[in-house]
Design a protein around this ligand. Sequence first.
Ligand code: TRP
Length: 342
Amino acid sequence: MAKRHTILTGDRPTGPLHLGHYVGSLRARIELQDDHNVFVMIADTQALTDNAENPKKVHDNVTEVMMDYLAVGIDPKKTTIVLQSQIPELAELAMYYMNLVTVARLKRNPTVKEEIKQKGFEKSLPVGFFVYPVSQAADITAFGADLVPVGEDQLPMIEQTREIVDKFNKTYPPRRASVGTSKKVLVKPEAMIPETPRLPGIDGKAKMSKSLGNAIYLKDNSKDIEKKVMQMYTDPGHIHKEDPGEVKGNTVFAYLDVFDSDKEEVEKLKAHYKKGGLGDVELKKRLIGVLDEFLSPIRDKRKDYEKDPDKVMDILLEGTKKGREVASKTLSRVKEAMMLDY
Ligand code: TRP
């Protein structure tokens, strides 16, 4: 990617980050931050849309997520990390965008549909939750992001944002030469999907998630890792060590493929497993070592930050201040185009 992109991604602060987050998005952010203008948002306002009764959970996880970011290598000198609730311009933008989206269109959003089912919101759906795709469109456009690295489940959000941008730009062209009359007010973003396949949970389910209880966290200690890997789903047909085993769909191999740097050795292990004679415990021991080696520097760095949570919050508020300036400029242009610039 030769062009310097403006990139935004975000996470809802509802729990500590896990290896699924690492593979699905953190890794890409760390790579991109050297050459692009990267914003990362802790989406606490969005987290409240389905946690309205749990302000403490959201509040406490803001620091947790921030510590995970810093520990894993998101560098605040390169990446602007922002806290959604402290940028009121985002809420104002969302208010204007809501006029450009129909209820029918929101109801058709597959991610919203799925989440309504998952969260048991069929009978009583909070309006704030229902419109969160509009608020997410505000997040993305406020920073002028042209690229949004997300997992596949977020694709409908980007699609919805693109529609809002088109509608906005068509309805509200710039009115002043200062913006450049040929230029559109909002940037239309594109999604960027990571190349690596999604990391399964330790139970072999397609998605690693806190609510499924199948996650390995970035802050897990050696004991946690050992316990979780030992529980990991392998090949249910591989009962005796001598039996030939399945590599496909075997969670341990899925993890080794991602985290073991000795690819040649992994291929050898696969062949051995398929042939028979390689026990699950032996294989799992290798994975425990590999994961512990990967997580131990992250854990150490995190411990340093845990000693000074005030400093962690200062870094977040500093980034938020920078981010707010950008969002505020976008809002000015939006209001000008909407004839709200009194
Ligand atoms: N909805 C995203 C998730 O659940 C989090 C998020 C909030 C986000 N704002 C964003 C992602 C802006 C990308 C861009 O994972």
